[in-house]
Every structure is written in C-alpha cells, then in structure tokens.
Design a protein around this ligand. Structure first.
Ligand code: PEP
Length: 258
C-alpha cells in the first residue's frame, strides 16, 4: 500500500439531517485537528445523504477543512425526466469528490445490477467524480467458498467499459454483505484474499498502472479496535465505514489507525 494514499470513507447511510451533519462534521474536524491529522498521509472522506451536501460544502469551504466528501448514489443519466434522481453534474456542482456506486443496500434493496453500477460509475467519471464501486458476496456464497469468483464477476461487470486511466484513479470497496452492520468482521486474511484477487484481476484486464493505482478498501463492521489489523494487509488501502463513521471520535480514531 506504500504508493497509494490510504482512504477512510464514512458512509452515513440514511442518518443525520443537515443540522446534525453540521455538528458531526465540526466535531470530526476538531478531533482530527487536535490529533494533528495529516491529510496528505490519510485521506478522510464523508458520504452524507444528498440533503446534507450543501451544508457540508459550506462548512468544508468556509473552514477550509481538510476533508473531502461525496454522495451515496447518483443517476446514470446526466439530466432529464428522471423524477427523484440526482445527477453527477449536480454532485460535481456541490463539490463532491466521490460517489458510492453499487452499495449492497442498493444492489439488494433497489435491484441494481452490475450493468447499472457500471453506467453509474461512467456517469460519475464524466463529471470528474471518483466512483467508489462496491462489491461483495452474501453469506451463502461465502459458505460455499465461492467469494473470489463471485466478487471478480462483480468487478468485471461493474467496471465494464472503463479504460486503464479511469481504473487507476478508481476506488473499489470490498464489502462482504454478511459483515455489513452485523458486527461480524471478516478476518484480515479474508479481506486480503479478496482485495488481493481484485487487484490481480485488474492487473490482467487493465495493466500495471491501473492495478497499482486503484485503491481497494475493505468495508464491514470496521471499528477503531479492528482497523489496524485489516490495514496491515498488503492490498487493503483503506476502509469504507458505516456505523462507526457516525461517531466523530470513533471515525477520527479509525483515521489514525497507524
Ligand atoms: C457500509 O455499509 O458500507 C458498512 C461497511 O457498514 P458498517 O461499517 O456499519 O458495517
């Protein structure tokens, strides 16, 4: 992981309204400041609900906070008759650096296929936003020992059509579904097995620069107490954090995992 800047991304999911977002973000920024957080050494990102983004933008710009932010989803389309959807152009205008695509809660709850995820990743890239492409197997697949082939098929499908330059700048998050919000963490070796396989596949399909540049995150019940062990694995470049990212002290502790 030496040449890649580690990334800690907090997925707030459907929690914290815009007023709560303001206080949570300020507490996070103060805690990071007190800890003399080096933003060049570990990148910290928050992923709030859409309705919080304007507030987050105002705080980050106004206080020159050394964190980046993004959204949890976007439309594959750039504009038009798509009631209820939000475009990449709108997110870019709000200063979003990142957008999650293909979270398991969207794949499972909203029927998003790899094809839809690939279209969303392409839409993000058209607007200069880095997609955080989520993949991960369910418990049945894990129990059958087929996690690597399952995840690699998701990687192939979800990154379909992206060129080597795009992949080099991308973030892929490996989130075993059975470990999300369950308190059940994959062992560091489990995380490495799949994160390493993802990088190896991208080396085959997109070449060395893409494989060496892409950041592969682990996600699933990451906490201050377990983050160091997973970050010690060679192919884990960061974490996508749900529950623990809602607590500014915990999330700041995760960002100081070293
Ligand atoms: C997530 O939903 O991306 C996630 C990893 O959640 P949690 O950390 O709560 O398991």
């Amino acid at each position: 992981t030496t040449s890649r800047t580690p990334l800690m991304a907090g997925n707030w999911k459907m929690n914290l309204d815009h007023l709560q977002a303001a206080s949570t973000l300020q507490k996070l920024a103060w805690t990071l400041q007190d800890a003399k957080h080096d933003a060049a050494a570990v990148e910290v990102v928050v992923l709030p609900p859409f309705t919080d983004l304007r507030t987050v933008q105002t705080l980050v710009d106004g206080d020159r906070l050394e964190l980046r932010y993004g959204a949890q989803d976007l439309s594959p389309h750039d504009s038009g008759a798509y009631t209820g959807d939000v475009s990449g152009a709108m997110l870019a205008r709000l200063g979003c650096s990142y957008v999650v695509v293909g979270h398991s809660e969207r794949r499972d709850g909203h029927g998003e296929t790899d094809e839809v995820v690939a279209a969303k990743a392409a839409a993000a890239l058209r607007h200069g936003i880095t997609p955080v492409v989520c993949v991960g197997e369910g418990l049945d697949v894990r129990q059958a020992g087929r996690q690597v082939e399952h995840v690699l098929a998701q990687v192939d499908g979800s990154l379909a059509g992206l060129d080597a330059d795009a992949v080099a700048g991308l973030v892929v998050a490996y989130e075993p579904v059975w470990a999300i919000g369950t308190g059940e963490v994959a062992t560091p070796a489990d995380a490495q097995e799949v994160c390493g396989a993802i990088r190896a596949r991208l080396r085959e399909t997109h070449g060395d620069a893409a494989a060496d540049g892409v950041r592969v995150l682990y996600g699933g019940s990451v906490k201050p107490s377990n983050v160091a062990a997973v970050m010690a694995e060679e192919d884990v470049d960061g974490a996508l954090v749900g529950g623990a990212s809602l607590d500014p002290a915990d999330f700041a502790a995760i960002a100081r995992y070293q």
